[in-house]
Design a binder for this molecule. Structure first.
Ligand SMILES: [Zn+2]
Length: 415
């Protein structure tokens, strides 16, 4: 297939007229010359279409797409009253259908890859992975959640059962991995995990150095207080994870709103990835993320929707929320705060998030990269120096004319 139009290969430069050829799911040729493409193949696009990489969401929860917007609760209340009930429902046979709903919602907003956490139910995780492996084959890093305390029995039972079996069954689903889907280990967060479960996860990571870990860290103040009472021996929340060997360059740590300087230093030293989820932090009133702490220490960074703590599936709107957060910090507590440009934010939700997930062949318009693209139809007046800002601040799925995932045209309405 040939795709032609204006290629946005670098958000810091104006788009250039050109075309690309897709073969075997990847970009086989890329021409930024304005030459006419060959006309002997299937062709989409046209001179006034904008071709951009599809978006990547570095943190969300597929079981929670149906509980977006349940407002008015603190994090711990919201988990008890909204999240745990819907995760129990997912584990009772609804996983396949809910996964399809999540894929459709993401694709509708132009998200073509994601890192997500399921629930603690192993069988449901298999069913969800099987849905992701079907067309449109979003790229994914996913896995079951591990949790064994401070939650309903229906969510902790499986890890209790595992703890009673020697040798324990693997905490991952290695047989499902392929070139589009990777499997991660996901201790939910320290308050829901016993020391034994965290230790088991650490052993697993030591034996499988290629494995990714996804978890939550220091989202709200009351959560951090709870961690202090549950792990009184540890210096702080981040040290709990470090004691069990959970901070590796493949660890994705969602939130990190309430960290102290020594914790930021420790994360920098371990090379782990901080996943900022600004819309979720606003929704749950968690606080203003300190983007400067990340920049000063050159901490690896990603951006996530955190559906359903975050109410917005659209990654361009999550990118706007990141910019808004830094503006709010600058106006209140940090007059010298760095404010990311729209181009920085755009780069983050495409190749930046891809790099954080180890997907160096996703999130960009390059030869040999996966052909995960969007064809946009935008007003001619947008083609000026503010193009990328206009795109993220005016974002609507209505401007997407075509979605291309792993080289195939994909329609969210048919999922
Ligand atoms: Zn989350």
């Amino acid at each position: 297939m040939i795709v032609s139009g204006m290629l946005l290969t670098d958000p810091d430069r104006p788009p250039a007229p050109g075309w690309l050829r897709i073969h075997d799911g990847r970009i086989a040729e890329l021409h930024e010359t304005g030459d006419r493409p060959p006309d002997d193949q299937q062709h989409v696009g046209g001179p006034n279409r904008l071709i951009v990489p599809g978006f990547i969401d570095a943190h969300n929860h597929p079981p929670q797409f149906d509980v977006i917007g349940c407002d008015g609760l603190s994090l711990l209340e919201w988990l008890d009253r909204v999240v745990y009930p819907v995760e129990i429902w997912w584990g009772r046979g609804a996983a396949a259908q809910m996964m399809r709903h999540a894929i459709s919602a993401m694709l509708s907003q132009g998200t073509v890859g994601f890192a997500g956490l399921f629930t603690s139910h192993g069988q449901s995780a298999h069913e969800a992975v099987n849905q992701i492996l079907r067309r449109p084959r979003l790229r994914a890093l996913v896995g079951r959640i591990a949790m064994d305390r401070n939650a309903p029995d229906a969510l902790t039972a499986e890890d209790h059962w595992r703890a009673n079996h020697t040798p324990r069954p693997s905490v991952t689903l290695p047989d499902a991995e392929n070139d589009r889907v990777g499997i991660s280990v996901n201790p939910r967060f320290a308050p829901a995990c016993s020391e034994e479960l965290l230790a088991e996860t650490g052993w697993f990571l030591q034996e499988n150095p290629g494995a990714f870990l996804q978890t939550h860290l220091a989202e709200t103040g009351p959560e951090c207080e709870l961690v202090k009472t549950l792990f009184p021996e540890d210096r702080d929340y981040t040290s709990v994870y470090d004691r069990f060997g959970l901070l590796t360059p493949r660890s994705l740590l969602a939130h990190c709103v309430q960290l102290t300087d020594p914790e930021w230093d420790l994360i920098a030293e371990r090379g782990s990835v901080v996943v900022h989820c600004p819309t979720a932090n606003h929704f749950l009133g968690a606080g203003l993320f300190n983007f400067d702490a990340v920049r000063e220490r050159e901490i690896r960074f990603a951006l996530g929707s955190d559906i359903a703590a975050g109410p917005d599936v659209s990654m361009p709107r999550v990118a706007c929320a990141m910019i808004d957060t830094t503006k709010m910090r600058q106006a209140t507590v940090a007059p010298h705060a760095h404010i990311p440009t729209p181009a920085e934010a755009w780069r983050q939700i495409t190749e930046g998030n891809a790099d954080a997930l180890g997907w160096t062949d996703s999130g960009r318009l390059r030869t040999n990269a996966w052909a995960d693209l969007l064809l946009l139809r935008v007003p001619e007046s947008w083609y000026d120096e503010f193009l990328v800002g206009r795109l993220i601040y005016n974002w609507s799925p209505a401007i997407i004319e075509h979605r291309i995932v792993a080289g195939d045209l994909a329609d969210p309405a048919t999922i």
